[in-house]
Design a protein around this ligand. Sequence first.
Ligand code: DGP
Ligand code: NA
Ligand code: NA
Length: 208
Amino acid sequence: MTRGLFILFEGCDRSGKTTQSTRLVQALNDSGIKTKLLKFPDRTTAIGKMIDGYLTQNTKLSDQAIHLMFSANRWEAMEQMQADLESGITLVVDRYAYSGVAFSAAKKLDFKWCKAPDVGLLAPDRVFFMDIHPDDAAKRAGYGEEIYERREFQIEVRVKFFTMMDKAWSIVDANKDMDEIHRQILFLTKKAIQKQEEGPAPIGRLWV
Ligand code: DGP
Ligand code: NA
Ligand code: NA
């Protein structure tokens, strides 16, 4: 049996990651590919609850402390993610370590320092970067409710994402029609799954 693929969505806030990741999971399951949806931060764990308090501006934490908590929130999911992938389940993940680095580096924390705690995490096989200009994102419903939803900051975050892209990434124009985006992403994902079936590759590790 072939392992599952690790498909990741990244992007600035309000770029449509949650909508597209949900639709992708549904479409893959409908076509018989067993798929699970995961989201980081996972606000349901003890660490996740502290992160939620920070994001909703009820708890104050230093930039470094919150950075390490986001990383810990990914590490606490790793064992289960690895087990799922090995048992053939495809994982669609809404945000990951690239958000971790982009958001903290945008606060001017050292780039290498930001990457260090996430070194060794499972690496995604494919990354979809939902690209939207922060001016357009700011027009979407509910914008500005959480701590990072400020135009100037999001512009910095977007720049940081671009410095981390490699050949596993596809840039998706998030201003396009939702159905069109979905079809594009589904097509590329199915191609990646087919490629994995033809020539299985092991799960990679981040930044080594
Ligand atoms: P979301 O639930 O996807 O809207 O994420 C909540 C906010 O947290 C969003 O502004 C992005 C930010 N975020 C996600 N992951 C990380 C991370 O690892 N580190 C930092 N500093 N921020 C993150
Ligand atoms: Na958000
Ligand atoms: Na989201």
